[in-house]
Design a protein around this ligand. Structure first.
Ligand code: BGC
Length: 393
């Protein structure tokens, strides 16, 4: 009870500081680095900690340390929560739903009030959050929706449909003139609900251009079979994603791209366009397309504005990325936690159907980044420092 009261005081002062936008430090509670908490979390490799042992307030579970995207989120959480004086701990699932569940259990056993979780696998995470919910923890799904359960209180996300639509539209707007342009489709992991939403967004703009002959699908017989359908059911999407998934894995992306180009006939080479689902996979796919002597030019999309991909954009090796400002997403989810702990209803602006309930959600807009606006979107906004790049004008 005493702990709850302390939480409320801390979150209230944090909310005030966030609203004032002054970034001042709340020093009412010291945030410590405790190796003991890391040990309790299982493996040092899977755990990053700045928690007070046994008295955690906010637990965060992220999918993997192996993609820069999630390290960006980690940095934002630690900075926002740390500045506000919250005890918090970020744990990584390292691609494993079993580790994810252990991480949730570890955080719950340390007394968290709020769990912010980006699921490794949308369906498999249901059991883990049900366990947390049963202990009175408020569950906020972060970036990726958790499906098939009523144990998700809120969902904080980017506008993922717009991400896919922006990628598709970029290909349309920048494709060479004419028709019959080969289109290579790639998607995220089938276990990630976002992969479906990204694909749905991309399909919404690409399908009419496939139907009118501007683009010809080069690498998916399943997509070809469905190319006359403006809207796909989830099962139909699943058949395409099953064929062109990268699993969000650079190596899978690379070997799929190699196999596709090996199998492609001459008329599927030349000037081509490629739906690259995110930055890590886009770089792998781009490298493969760049080394094929029969590919004269390629346009490829991405998302996440990872440093390596921003450099690829500057260098003309990746055509665009979608900037998803993790500062906003992390701040939104923490502000949501603050409202919940204050007994208020957090502001939401949409709902997402997770198969069981309509989850109250808050969406954040996205920004398309090309060579033309790297500086204004990413440097002037102080997301990155110019010194992290070469060749930036
Ligand atoms: C995220 C992307 C990320 C991908 C792979 C998606 O759920 O929204 O930003 O690139 O997962 O980790």
């Amino acid at each position: 009870m005493k702990k709850k009261l302390l939480s409320l005081i801390l979150v209230a002062s944090m909310a005030a500081s966030m609203l004032a936008g002054c970034g001042s430090k709340d020093t009412t509670e010291t945030v410590n680095d405790t190796p003991a908490a890391e040990e309790a979390a299982g493996s040092e490799d899977a755990a990053d900690s700045n928690a007070s042992s046994g008295n955690l307030q906010v637990g965060i579970v992220l999918p993997t340390k192996d993609e820069p995207r999630w390290l960006q989120d980690q940095a934002q959480f630690e900075s926002i929560l740390g500045d506000a004086g919250f005890t918090n701990q970020v744990l990584f699932s390292q691609g494993s739903s079993a580790t994810e569940r252990t991480n949730v259990e570890t955080l719950v056993s340390q007394g968290i009030d709020v769990l912010i979780i980006c699921a490794q696998d949308a369906a498999a995470a249901a059991a883990a959050v049900e366990e947390a919910k049963a202990e009175g923890v408020t569950v906020i799904a972060y970036d990726r929706l958790i499906t098939g359960t009523d144990a998700v209180d809120y969902y904080v996300t980017f506008d993922s449909f717009s991400v896919g639509a922006a990628q598709g539209q970029y290909l349309i707007d920048n494709a060479p003139a004419g028709s019959g342009i080969p289109l290579y489709l790639y998607a995220g992991a089938a276990t990630d609900n976002n992969a479906f939403i990204f694909f749905e967004g991309a399909w919404s703009v690409l399908q009419p251009k496939i139907a009118d002959g501007t683009f010809v699908i080069a690498n998916s017989s399943e997509a070809v079979a469905l190319q006359d359908k403006a809207e796909l059911t989830r099962d139909e999407e699943a058949t395409i994603i099953g064929q062109v998934t990268t699993d969000w894995d650079f190596n899978v992306a690379k070997s799929k791209a190699e196999a596709h180009l090996t199998a492609a006939s001459a008329d599927m080479k030349g000037d081509v366009v490629v739906l690259g689902p995110n930055d890590g996979t886009a770089r792998s796919i781009a490298d493969v397309f760049a080394t094929d002597k029969d590919i004269t030019s390629y346009i490829i999309t991405g998302q996440d504005a990872e440093i390596a991909s921003v450099q690829y954009v500057i260098d003309g090796k990746q055509s665009m990325t979608v900037f998803k400002d993790t500062r906003t997403l992390a701040a939104d989810s923490v502000a949501m936690a603050v409202s919940v702990l204050n007994g208020e209803t957090p502001t939401t602006d949409s709902t997402y159907d997770n198969g069981v309930i309509e989850v109250p959600s808050k969406q954040t807009d996205i920004v398309v980044v090309t060579q033309d606006n790297v500086k204004s979107a990413l440097i002037d906004s102080e997301y990155y420092d110019a010194s992290e790049f070469t060749g930036l004008e």
